[in-house]
Design a protein around this ligand. Structure first.
Ligand code: FAD
Length: 493
């Protein structure tokens, strides 16, 4: 059976970033297992028209691998994918990578004090297992009756079929989240007719996207410190929003004013404006920047259906009013399984229960990374690490610092296992819940994918991001329990 000191599952920002830092730490005995044919995670898988990051690229990239060549302040998906592909060689990860290998299950082997990891290509054994499978990996389709009876084309935004020609088609687009807001304006002119189903109107902010000039790129290449300054500027311009999201939700009214003005400038018809005005406080759901969304909805071939999708028939879609419309194609911009963390079914800890069984639909972890009963296991972007305002790469880097520190502690102490202390885990989660109680996500009057089956916000981090990083970096004495290798029974005899 192949074995490694560390098995990393997933090759997005998290998996590649961790691989790089393991190498810097002198750990070469690790593999990265990736079920897709290539690296890049969401930036490899989301190929829909208009797919872009919505956090500026100077911040939405590794701090330790700046890219002076971004062509736009918010890069398009192919550029981010190319950046991550380039990181594989930049970090020397090629020999550690196994693409096309899916992890189907993992069980803690207490006798061996190692993880048995089942994959589509056989079993691996690892001292430490790290899941970097991403919080936005498994596309979610709504539970609409009749979906299987549809005879036309169905696509999810995260599994776009670029060979399918939308020209002249009658298309229903379901959902008004971040992905739909990016692809709807791009396909509106190509399709024959576009129905945009809106269950809940989103708050939209003006987009400040612009091309990065040749001179700027040359300057960043010559003076990396100029790009670092740019990154810091972007970081603080985003971080200031925590004041409104978390500390003083009433401040969100200022942001709401900007969003309302944006709508007033772009939507003339007061009736349409009414339909497009959200019924919750801005920030309660993800705020999306776009200068193209409102104009797209007002094109002559585009109809906004301010209703949920109630039923799908062989050739049509039916809204909650019972109105039936014929379509050729349905595109689901309906997001991902987030707070239910699908990978949790696959990981079985010391007592044989899976993470999903332990969590019972309400995930909790220490620093979004470690769970009692799951020794030598760390996850990336686990519970309460999500952000509504800034770059997830910042959170990933904080977790990389935490996981690499844990591995250093494990090795220096000559221990076989490291496991988060239950009291530490519990008090950390009480702190998260306390901080969450006064946030706009709790008080803003919306229900979102941030919430788990109990209604707890299991997705977002309710504080400054630098406070998360400080906690992740600081090694709290007693936060983890270390155990030495057991003496094999044969040796004691
Ligand atoms: C369209 C889109 C736009 C986004 N834009 C932004 C943005 O602007 N700013 C921001 O901060 N965040 C954004 N995000 C959030 C994004 O999820 C994170 O920023 C970040 O890319 C997560 O990286 P990751 O490596 O943790 O996970 P991912 O990028 O999701 O990578 C996980 C990898 O694990 C692999 N994997 C999953 N399960 C298995 C398995 N069982 N076996 C083997 N491999 C497996 C997947 O194939 C995938 O390659 C966006 C997400 C999406 C979907």
């Amino acid at each position: 059976m192949p074995s490694a000191k560390v098995v990393i599952i997933g090759s997005g920002f998290s998996g590649l970033g961790l691989g790089h830092k393991l190498k810097e730490q002198g750990i070469e005995d690790f593999v990265i297992l990736e079920r897709s044919g290539d690296v890049g995670g969401v930036w490899n898988l989301n190929t829909y028209p208009g797919c872009n990051c919505d956090v500026p690229s100077h911040l939405y990239s590794f701090s330790f691998a700046p890219n002076p060549d971004w062509t736009s302040t918010y890069s398009p998906q192919p550029e981010i994918r190319a950046y991550l592909q380039d990181c594989v060689d930049r970090f020397g990860l090629r020999d550690h990578l196994r693409t096309g290998v899916e992890v189907t299950g993992a069980t803690w082997n207490d006798a061996e004090q190692r993880w048995d990891i089942d994959t589509s290509e056989g079993r691996w054994s690892a001292q430490v297992m790290v899941s970097a499978v991403g919080p936005l990996t498994e596309p979610k389709l709504p539970d609409v009756p009749g979906i299987e009876s549809f005879t036309g084309k169905i696509m999810h935004s995260a599994r776009w079929d670029n060979d399918y020609d939308l020209t002249g088609k009658r298309v229903a687009s379901i959902g008004t989240g971040a992905s739909a807001i990016q692809y709807v304006p791009r396909i509106a002119d190509q399709v024959g007719e576009l129905l945009v189903f809106q269950r809940s109107a989103p708050w939209i902010m003006p987009h400040d996207k612009r091309p990065i000039t040749d001179e700027e790129r040359a300057r960043f290449r010559r003076h990396p410190s100029a790009q670092r300054r740019e990154r810091t500027k972007v970081y603080f311009s985003k971080e200031i929003l925590v004041l409104g999201f978390v500390k003083r939700p009433k401040l969100m009214r200022l942001v709401e004013g900007l969003s309302r003005k944006h709508m007033e400038r772009q939507v003339v018809d007061p009736e349409l404006r009414k339909v497009l005005t959200p019924d919750f406080t801005i920030g309660c759901k993800r705020i999306v920047p776009s200068n193209e969304w409102y104009p797209a909805l007002q094109k002559p071939n585009v109809t906004l259906v301010p209703k949920a999708l109630a039923e799908i028939k062989a050739k049509s879609v039916v809204d909650t009013d019972g109105t039936e419309r014929e379509v050729d194609t349905i595109i689901f911009g309906t997001g991902f399984h987030v707070s239910d963390i699908p990978f949790a079914d696959k990981v079985h800890g010391r007592d044989g229960r899976s993470l999903a069984e332990v969590w019972q639909g309400s995930p909790r972890a220490y620093l979004g990374a470690a769970v009692p009963g799951f020794p030598n296991y760390f996850m990336f972007l686990g519970p309460n690490t999500g952000l509504g305002h800034s770059s997830m790469i910042y959170m990933i880097e904080a977790q990389i610092e935490h996981v690499t520190r844990a591995l250093r502690v494990l090795d220096r102490q000559g221990a076989a296992t490291i496991e988060v202390d239950r009291a530490t885990h519990d008090s950390y989660n009480r702190m998260v819940d306390r901080k969450m109680a006064t946030t706009v996500w709790e008080l803003g009057g919306c229900t979102t994918f941030y919430q788990d089956v109990t209604g707890r916000n299991a997705t977002l981090w309710p504080d400054w991001t630098f406070s998360f990083r400080r906690r992740a970096k600081r090694w709290k004495a007693g936060a983890y329990v270390l155990a030495r290798a057991r003496v094999p029974a044969s040796a004691t005899r």
